[in-house]
Ligand binder design. Structure first.
Ligand code: NAD
Length: 371
């Protein structure tokens, strides 16, 4: 029997608590049926924390997140808090978590389930069977580089500056995650920058190439300019396995890759920190790509699968439980193949189901698969 895994659940606002409720039923199923125990605690974040404590993330919840083996996050935000000043907004809770946990590696898989291949705006043959992973550097680059700001010039016009900056260790640590992920998948890494026009791109390529030669020469490594990568993602996305790129390019390319799959309600993500050499553990936060969807909150119609697939990623990447992660992913595949759909992925001829009924169906499938 594996030791208890410390799991902090932060459901947040809007549809967050609704989709999390279904995932917690699955967590409970795992505790009862598989050799894994969770030491589970829950906390408030975002608008829910603001209402209760006047801040989107209390120091106590932050400390709990840092002490946990993994954080499972829902979503934050909503119209109720839209007029608050920037520093008070629910979204600041998530940004603070990412910063304080130093979550520099953002993993966004783009997987097209066979049953949903027609939901993409691209042709079925381009996306059917797609399974790629975009790894975005999350704490450096042009979103954080100094100097930054807008100044008024003596002639009354204005000048705005953002600075794209990366150091060798920043590039090396995210590239290392990229190589390690590729080793667990199809052993292929594509490093993406613009070394043709940017100095950070030159250093990025040089650093990734050196790390490859030193530690990962058995992984197939390719380099690609970011503009070409955008084009290749819609032309022939199946050529990729893992893509590693900086914060800005990753922001765009991961959204582009997300759309290949056709639905926001199906997309999980993970954000990882560095491995602590003393404990061998790393900070990690798992969350669906979607937000709190205030337009459908409280109606029991949200798709819980992105949150559930985020939990599958948690099992795979934080707890090394690949078989258990596979079990969830296969249960989802089978339920979709059986024709059950929440509204966001509804297709002609399928059965429209609620959030709760989708949860029921996954649990029934897990029961069957574990029998
Ligand atoms: P959103 O992702 O919440 O919703 C976009 C659209 O997709 C909506 O029409 C929504 O109904 C639909 N949708 C999203 N998730 C769904 C699901 N699981 N099932 C079915 N349909 C789903 O993005 P938004 O509308 O731009 O933002 C709403 C709020 O969420 C804002 O306050 C925003 O700041 C916040 N937000 C939070 C996060 C986060 O917590 N990580 C991310 C994005 C947006």
């Amino acid at each position: 029997m594996a030791a208890n895994k410390k799991l902090l659940v932060l459901a947040g606002d809007g549809i967050g608590p609704e989709v999390m409720k279904q995932v917690l039923r699955v967590v409970d199923w795992f505790a009862k049926r598989r050799a894994v125990r969770f030491d589970l605690s829950e906390g408030l974040v975002g608008g829910a924390a603001l209402d209760a404590h006047g801040t989107p993330l209390t120091d106590k919840t932050l400390a709990d997140a840092i002490a946990a083996d993994a954080v499972l996050f829902g979503s934050v935000g909503g119209p109720k808090w839209d007029d608050l000043p920037f520093e008070k907004k629910p979204e600041r809770g998530l940004l603070r978590l990412r910063k304080e946990m130093d979550l520099f590696a953002n993993l966004r898989p783009a997987i097209v389930f066979e049953a949903l291949a027609d939901a993409s705006t691209l042709k079925r043959e381009v996306v059917a069977g797609l399974d790629i992973l975009i790894l975005r550097e999350l704490t450096g680059g042009v979103y954080f580089g100094e100097p930054r700001g807008i100044e008024t010039l003596p002639n009354g016009t204005k000048r705005a500056v953002d600075t794209q900056v990366y150091t060798t260790p920043e590039i090396e640590r995210v590239a290392r995650v990229g190589f390690e992920l590729a080793q667990k998948r199809r052993n292929k890494l594509t490093s993406v920058e613009k070394a043709n026009v940017m100095h950070t791109g030159v250093l990025w390529r040089e650093t990734v190439t050196k790390l490859h030669a030193k530690e990962f020469s058995k992984v197939e490594l390719g380099h690609m300019y970011a503009d070409n990568c955008a084009m290749q993602l819609v032309r022939n996305p199946k050529q990729f396995d893992v893509i590693v790129t900086d914060n800005l390019f990753g922001d765009m390319l991961s959204d582009c890759a997300a759309m290949l799959t056709g639905s926001l309600g199906m997309l999980p993500s993970a954000s990882l920190g560095a491995v602590d050499p003393k404990t061998g553990k790393r900070h990690a936060l798992y969350e669906p790509v979607h937000g709190s969807a205030p337009d459908i909150a409280g109606k029991d119609i949200a798709n819980p699968l992105a949150e559930l697939l985020s939990f599958a990623m948690l099992l795979r990447y934080s707890f090394d439980l690949a078989d258990d992660a596979d079990l969830i992913e296969n249960a989802v595949k089978t339920v979709l193949a059986g024709g059950m759909r929440t509204s966001d992925i509804m297709q002609a001829g399928s059965a429209r189901v609620s959030t709760t009924t989708m949860g029921d169906a996954v649990l029934r499938q897990l029961d069957k698969m574990a029998a």
